[in-house]
Design a protein around this ligand. Structure first.
Ligand code: ADP
Ligand code: MG
Length: 280
C-alpha cells in the first residue's frame, strides 16, 4: 500500500489575503514497510503534509495516492482508514470516561460486532504495552503522561492502519517514556507497519529511521538514507535541524584530524572509531 504524493501543493485560505502556501509541489513515494522521518523547522509544513497523507486535507493541486487510489475521491473511507495519524500531544484529545471506551472511539460507525470491538481494543492496548485488565476501566486522565500517549496511540492502532504517521510523538515525554515509545514504534515497523515519524529529535531519527525527508518552506529539499542525510551539515543547519550526538562527536574528531567516514550518525557506527582512538 504505497503512499505517493504527486506534485502536491496545499494552501490555507487560498485566494484570500491570508493565503499560506504550506506545502509546495511535493512529489514523494513511501513504500510498504519503510521507516521514514520528516524533519524541518516549525512552520515548514510537516503537519500539513501528514494531514494530506491521511486524506484529512485535500490538495489545492496535485494528487495523493494510496495503492493508486486518489484520496480526494469519494467512497474511499476503507482505504483512508488504513492510514493512522497520531497528532501532536494526542493525550489532549482523550475525553472518554474509560480507557477502553477511548480506544474504541475510532471504531464507532465501522459497524463491527461488539466482540470484535472488544478484541481489537484488547489487542491495541497490549500492543502499546498497557494491561487492559489493569487500566482498561480507569479514566484516561488518571494515567501518567507516557501512559496517556500510549492510550492515544492504541486508539489509532485499533483501526489496524498499515501506515502510521506520528507527529512529534516523543515531544514532552521523559527519557524513559521516550525510549520505550521508540521501541514500540520499532516493533510496529518490524511487524510490517509503515512508519512516518515527524520529529525534531535528531538522535531518535538517526537511531531509528531508515530515510529522512527534510522540509523547508513546504518543499522537500532533501530525501535520502538517514546516514547520508546527516552528512549534509550546512543544509540541515539552514533548516534548523541539529546533528545527532554521534554525528557531532564524529565532526569533532574530524576537526582534530581524525579520518572518519561521512555517514557516521549512529552510536553503533561511532563506537569502533572511539575504540581505535583509545588504542592509539
Ligand atoms: P509544521 O508542522 O512543520 O510546524 P505546519 O504544517 O503546521 O508546519 O504549518 C505550515 C504553514 O502553514 C505555517 O506557515 C503555518 O503557520 C501555516 N498553517 C498551519 N495550520 C494553519 C491553519 N489552520 N490556518 C492557516 N495557516 C496554517
Ligand atoms: Mg507540526
Amino acid at each position: 500500500m504505497p503512499l505517493s504524493f504527486e506534485s502536491v501543493s496545499f494552501s490555507y485560505a487560498p485566494g484570500t489575503a491570508f493565503e499560506v502556501a504550506a506545502v509546495r509541489e511535493v512529489t514523494v513515494r513511501i513504500d510498504d514497510g519503510e521507516y521514514v522521518a520528516v524533519m524541518g523547522r516549525t512552520g515548514s509544513g510537516k503537519s500539513t503534509l501528514s494531514m494530506l497523507g491521511a486524506g484529512l486535507l485535500k490538495p489545492t493541486s496535485g494528487r495523493v495516492l494510496i495503492d493508486n487510489h486518489d484520496l480526494a475521491e469519494g467512497r474511499l473511507s476503507a482505504i483512508r482508514r488504513r492510514v493512522g495519524v497520531v497528532f501532536q500531544y494526542p493525550e489532549r484529545q482523550l475525553f472518554e470516561s474509560t480507557v477502553k471506551r477511548d480506544v474504541a472511539f475510532a471504531l464507532r460507525g465501522a459497524h463491527l460486532p461488539e466482540d470484535e470491538v472488544t478484541a481489537r481494543v484488547h489487542n491495541a492496548l497490549c500492543t502499546v504495552g498497557l494491561d487492559p485488565d489493569e487500566v482498561g476501566d480507569s479514566s484516561p486522565l488518571a494515567l501518567s503522561g507516557g501512559q496517556q500517549r500510549r492510550v492515544a496511540i492504541a486508539g489509532v492502532l485499533v483501526t489496524r492502519p498499515t501506515l502510521l504517521i506520528l507527529d512529534e510523538p516523543t515531544a514532552g515525554l521523559d527519557p524513559a517514556g521516550r525510549s520505550s515509545f521508540l521501541e514500540l514504534v520499532d516493533s510496529l515497523n518490524a511487524t510490517g507497519t509503515t512508519v512516518v515519524l515527524i520529529s525534531h529529535d535528531s538522535e531518535a531519527v538517526a537511531e531509528h529511521a531508515d530515510r529522512l525527508l527534510l522540509l523547508e518552506d513546504g518543499q522537500i529539499v532533501l530525501d535520502s538514507a538517514t546516514a547520508q542525510a546527516f552528512g549534509h551539515v550546512d543544509l540541515l543547519r539552514r533548516c534548523g535541524v541539529g546533528l545527532p550526538p554521534a554525528a557531532q562527536v564524529a565532526q569533532l574528531l574530524k576537526t582534530v584530524g581524525r579520518k572518519l567516514p561521512a555517514d557516521v550518525c549512529r552510536y553503533d557506527d561511532l563506537f569502533p572509531h572511539l575504540l581505535t582512538l583509545a588504542e592509539t
